[in-house]
Each structure stands twice: as structure tokens, then as C-alpha cells.
Design a protein around this ligand. Structure first.
Ligand SMILES: [Zn+2]
Length: 168
């Protein structure tokens, strides 16, 4: 690892510390040329296995892009999307797997997305849960109503919210 100050091509590790519950290692390094010190951080590479079998590095930005499409026209801000991206990455890292199928990432997105926006959730779930009929949507909407009784986007117009809350 070269020195960020003088670009010397080598450095010496003088201290290593495990951080983030073992997910990262911070190394304190010293340049043998200018003797200045700097820190490097190593993080395990999270990989995504696509349906085609291609393996690529996990990118939070790709998660956000996919969700942003599903949120088109919905009242979801960039900050909401950034938070969702972070939640998804944390959940994936906590699963302890180094290689994760893209399908799993899609399913992991569903939890936080259902909290964020019901319509975007249904759009996304229809792809990742392979909805094939209107019945699948209807079931998902029932589930959303049970989970989010106060959400206008899923509330049934001709029943008061209290009934929806009590529904099985
Ligand atoms: Zn140096």
C-alpha cells in the first residue's frame, strides 16, 4: 500500500485493530520513506451472485437504483432511499454470508420497503415474490393492511380503519 503523502511504494503496519464486530480491520501504517503515519481499512468484500451465475461486488447504489424505479411517482425522498440502502446492506452483512444471491437481496429489500411505501412495495414484491395473479396482489395488500393499519395507501376506502385493524 503506497504512502498517501510521498507516494512511496511501500508501508509498514504498526498496529491492527478489528472493528465493526469483525467486519473490518483498521491498520495503522507508517511510511519508511517520510515516516508519516496513515490508516487503512479492510472490509470483507460482499459479493452478489446474479441469476446468470455472474458474481459481482455488492453495491448499495444498485439497491437504491432498483428501489428508486419502484418508487417512481411516490412520496419517497433521496434520504429515504439512502437509509433503505443502508438497512439492506447491514441486513445482508449480518447474515454472515460472503456471497449472496441477487434474489436474496431483492427479498431483503421488501421489509424496509414495506415500511417506506406500500405502492412501491407492491411493485417490487410482484417481481421478487413472483406474483402471477391478482389474488397474489390481494393477499399482499391484506398483509400490508394488517401490518400498517394507518397507511392511507393501503386502507380500504369503504371500511373504517378500526375494522381493518381488527380484520384477521
Ligand atoms: Zn511517505
Amino acid at each position: 500500500m503506497h504512502c498517501p503523502y510521498c507516494r512511496h511504494g511501500d508501508s509498514r503496519v504498526i498496529d491492527s485493530r478489528v472493528a465493526d464486530d469483525g467486519a473490518t480491520i483498521r491498520r495503522r501504517r507508517q511510511c519508511p520513506e517520510c515516516e508519516r503515519r496513515f490508516t487503512t481499512v479492510e472490509q470483507t468484500q460482499l459479493a452478489v451472485v446474479k441469476r446468470s451465475g455472474v458474481v459481482e461486488p455488492f453495491a448499495r447504489e444498485k439497491v437504491v437504483q432498483g428501489v428508486r424505479k419502484a418508487c417512481k411517482g411516490r412520496p419517497v425522498s433521496d434520504a429515504d432511499l439512502a437509509r433503505l440502502g443502508q438497512q439492506v446492506e447491514e441486513a445482508i452483512r449480518q447474515s454472515g454470508q460472503a456471497e449472496v444471491p441477487s434474489e436474496t437481496i431483492g427479498l431483503t429489500i421488501l421489509g424496509p420497503l414495506s415500511q417506506l411505501d406500500a405502492v412501491a412495495y407492491l411493485r417490487f414484491a410482484s417481481v421478487y415474490r413472483h406474483y402471477e395473479s391478482a389474488d397474489d396482489f390481494e393477499q399482499a395488500i391484506h398483509q400490508l393492511r394488517a401490518d400498517r393499519p394507518d397507511d392511507d395507501a393501503v386502507r380500504d376506502g369503504d371500511r373504517p380503519a378500526d375494522d381493518v385493524r381488527a380484520a384477521p
